[in-house]
Each structure stands twice: as C-alpha cells, then as structure tokens.
Design a protein around this ligand. Structure first.
Ligand code: ADP
Ligand code: ADP
Ligand code: ZN
Length: 216
C-alpha cells in the first residue's frame, strides 16, 4: 500500500500514521519530522528549513521534493509507504506522481482527515511531543499519565515552536492557499478517501482502516 495522509495541521495525521504504520507494516515518512531532525542537527538544510518553519511558511518545493526522492529510494519502501505532510502543494503532488511513475509504482489511497478550524486551534495549542520517541500527546484530549513526561519512554515532552497560536493561524492560511487544492487533485484521480477527524482517535482509526481494507 502506498498511502498519503492529507489534512490541515492538527488534523491528527501523525497520531493516525503511527497506527496505520503498525497495521500495514510500512514506514511512516513525515516531512515535518525529517525537517525538524535537520533543524536539531544544525545542518545547512536545517538552517534553511528553520527560517521558513518558524514563520509558519512552507519550505521551498525543491528542498522537500529532493528529500522525498531520496527517502523513497530507500529499500524499506519496497512494500509500501505512508506519507504524512507531503505533498503540500500542487507542484509537490505532480513531482510525486512523476517519481512514482519512474519507480513503476502508483498511489493507492489518499486519506483526507477533515477537521474544523476551531478544533485545529484547540488541538495544536495543547499538543505536546516526546523529545525522544516522537509520540504525540494533548494536554486535555490525550494527556500522558505523568504530566510533561512520555508514557512510552519516560523522556520529557515539549511544545513545538510553531504550535504557538499566532504561527498556527499563519499555517492555516498557508494550508487553505496551497494545500487544500490537493483534495480536488486526488479526487480527480479517484483515490481520495475523506474521513471525519472530529471523532475519537480510535473511531477515526477504525474508519480509516475500514476504508483502506475495502481498497486492498
Ligand atoms: P503538522 O503536523 O502540524 O501538519 P508538520 O510537522 O507536517 O506539521 O510540518 C511542520 C512544518 O514543516 C510546516 O509548517 C512547514 O514549514 C514544514 N513542512 C513540512 N512538510 C512540508 C512540505 N511537504 N512542504 C513544505 N514545507 C513542509
Ligand atoms: P497532525 O500530524 O495532523 O498535525 P497530530 O496527530 O499531531 O496532528 O495531532 C494534533 C493534536 O491533536 C495532538 O495534540 C493530538 O494528541 C491531538 N489529537 C489527534 N487526534 C485527535 C482526536 N481524534 N481527538 C482529539 N485530539 C486529537
Ligand atoms: Zn517517548
């Protein structure tokens, strides 16, 4: 299964991706995670990426397309992959189609997680992430057992720099301007699956699972 997860920031892409990854045993490839790693390492790429990310803007297409091409060439994607946060522009979607064609593959499904703006603000301002394993929490909706520490590995949780309310609002403007058009793009390819993201994490997953199984 070659799958794309689409949706505004805070829709629950990362949360669902962890579960889908386990179900299908395919790698979870999140451009946001790859870019944050580069930022943490302080590489040239990281410094360029951070100058966009901290403002809530998209990193330039050629940078992320290059990263994804490299990542999809790795052997663990042989039996499928799950893209989270890529593509985010029409140029990225077209580049992905081209790379897939060159590899003799195709996308099987694009899952669009639908969530209202009000809910997005609530979710992102309460989001906390484990420094070590990347597990995602929410202060109210999905709190860790011990405040500010990860249930899985015991490490500290942190708030993403771009999850401050002002940056979240900018990211939403960018989503509506650049990314929302991908819904029609994939609808036209007849691979779009729309899922209501405003149910419990378990129910959203159940709906995604059923929709994917119906396609296999
Ligand atoms: P969220 O999970 O909130 O949707 P991500 O972790 O996917 O956010 O992305 C965080 C930031 O990383 C984005 O705001 C953007 O600056 C950058 N980024 C991630 N993926 C892409 C992409 N495909 N194209 C351009 N920029 C990206
Ligand atoms: P995305 O990757 O799309 O930006 P995340 O998976 O990081 O979204 O989720 C954003 C925030 O919303 C996190 O704090 C997460 O714990 C919370 N969350 C995710 N799914 C749900 C849900 N179905 N109900 C309530 N909160 C959720
Ligand atoms: Zn952890």
């Amino acid at each position: 299964m070659n799958i794309v997860l689409l949706g505004p920031p805070g829709a629950g892409k990362g949360t669902q991706a962890k579960r889908i990854q386990e179900m299908f045993s395919i790698p979870h490839i999140a451009t946001g995670d790859i870019l944050r790693d580069a930022v943490a390492k302080g590489s040239d790429l990281g410094q360029i990426a951070n100058s966009y990310m901290e403002k809530g803007l998209l990193v330039p297409d050629e940078v992320v397309i290059g990263l994804i091409k490299e990542r999809l060439a790795e052997p663990d994607t042989e039996n499928g992959f799950l893209l989270d946060g890529f593509p985010r522009t029409l140029a990225q979607a077209r580049a992905l189609d081209k790379v897939m064609e060159q590899m003799g593959k195709k996308l099987d499904a694009v899952i669009s997680i639908v969530v209202s703006e009000k809910e997005i603000i609530r979710r992102l301002t309460g989001r906390r992430v484990c420094k070590s394993c990347g597990r995602i929490y929410h202060l109210i909706f999905n709190p860790p057992k011990r405040a500010e520490f990860c249930d899985m590995c015991g490490e500290e949780l942190y708030q993403r720099e771009d999850d401050k309310v002002e940056t979240v609002k900018k990211r939403l403007v960018v989503y509506n301007k650049e990314t929302a058009a991908l819904i029609r793009y994939y609808q036209a390819q007849d691979i779009l699956i729309e899922v209501n993201g405003e149910e419990s994490v378990e129910d959203v997953f159940k709906n995604i699972k059923e929709a994917l199984e119906a396609r296999v």
